[in-house]
Ligand binder design. Structure first.
Ligand SMILES: Nc1ncnc2c1ncn2[C@@H]1O[C@H](COP(=O)(O)OP(=O)(O)OP(=O)(O)O)[C@@H](O)[C@H]1O
Ligand SMILES: [Mg+2]
Length: 221
């Protein structure tokens, strides 16, 4: 059998000096190219799980492998993220003082590209999300849906094999939400990326190859 793209083995994560158990012995495997939906009540550990799968954080104990690479503190989490992962956050997390183009360029900064190459790639991505004409606008002037599209362009900047999206449509009307989901799925189909989606919306889970339901820091099914 092929090595799964993501392998989590008995991950534990607590906060507040152990008072809050966010992840409780979570194990999972995710195949390359699949679409995985994660649902569960507020506080059940979905974002915490996504953060460790995305090398944003490490578990207190247990192991996480991305593409066969062990993700552990002290290792180059930044480098794993830059090479392997695109993250779309619930609140988009764009840098407000920068333009749309500059935000899209951020994940490319650690790579050996010239500023001209970075700029060209950012403009190409903004064109793909239909925002090229707003490339030089401050993100403060963009609507919620437009900001989320900039966030997707940023997540795709390095063509990552793993796309993580935490409630990417949470603050959008249903039509804009559908557009944003369409962009994520399109990318998955085009380059064979894996998409892990955290959502409260059961409808967005349709067609998922794997549906992970979280409850009290555990996978309930
Ligand atoms: N940095 C932190 N400091 C303290 N507690 C935290 C931190 N991050 C998460 N937690 C706690 O861990 C638990 C799981 O949080 P998490 O954000 O993973 O939930 P979630 O399933 O994403 O919830 P939601 O649907 O509301 O986004 C919660 O009880 C939360 O309060
Ligand atoms: Mg969350």
């Amino acid at each position: 059998m092929n090595e799964p793209l993501v392998r989590v083995k008995k991950a534990n994560k607590t906060f507040e000096e152990g008072q809050v158990v966010a992840l409780d012995e979570v194990s999972l495997e995710i195949e390359a190219g699949s679409f995985v939906a994660i649902t569960g009540p507020s506080g059940s550990g979905k974002t915490t799980l996504l953060n460790i799968v995305g090398a944003m954080d490490v578990p207190d104990s247990g192991e996480v492998f991305i593409d066969g690479e062990l993700v552990a503190s002290g290792r180059e989490l930044d480098s794993i993220r830059a090479r392997k992962i695109g993250f779309v956050f619930q609140m988009h997390n764009l840098i407000p003082v920068l333009t749309a183009r500059q935000n899209v360029e951020i994940p490319m900064l650690p790579r050996p590209l010239t500023s001209k190459e970075r700029r060209a790639r950012a403009l190409q991505l903004l064109d793909e999300v239909k925002l090229k004409r707003r490339a030089e606008s401050s993100v403060l002037g963009l609507s919620g849906g437009e900001r989320q599209r900039v966030a997707i362009a940023r997540a795709l900047a390095n063509s990552p094999p793993l796309l993580l999206a935490d409630e990417p449509t949470g603050n959008l009307d249903s039509r804009t939400g559908d557009e944003v989901m369409g962009l994520l799925h399109e990318q998955r189909e085009r380059v064979g990326a894996t998409l892990i989606l955290v959502t409260h919306n059961e409808e967005l889970c349709r067609g998922a190859d794997q549906h992970i339901r979280m409850q009290d820091g555990k996978i309930s099914s």
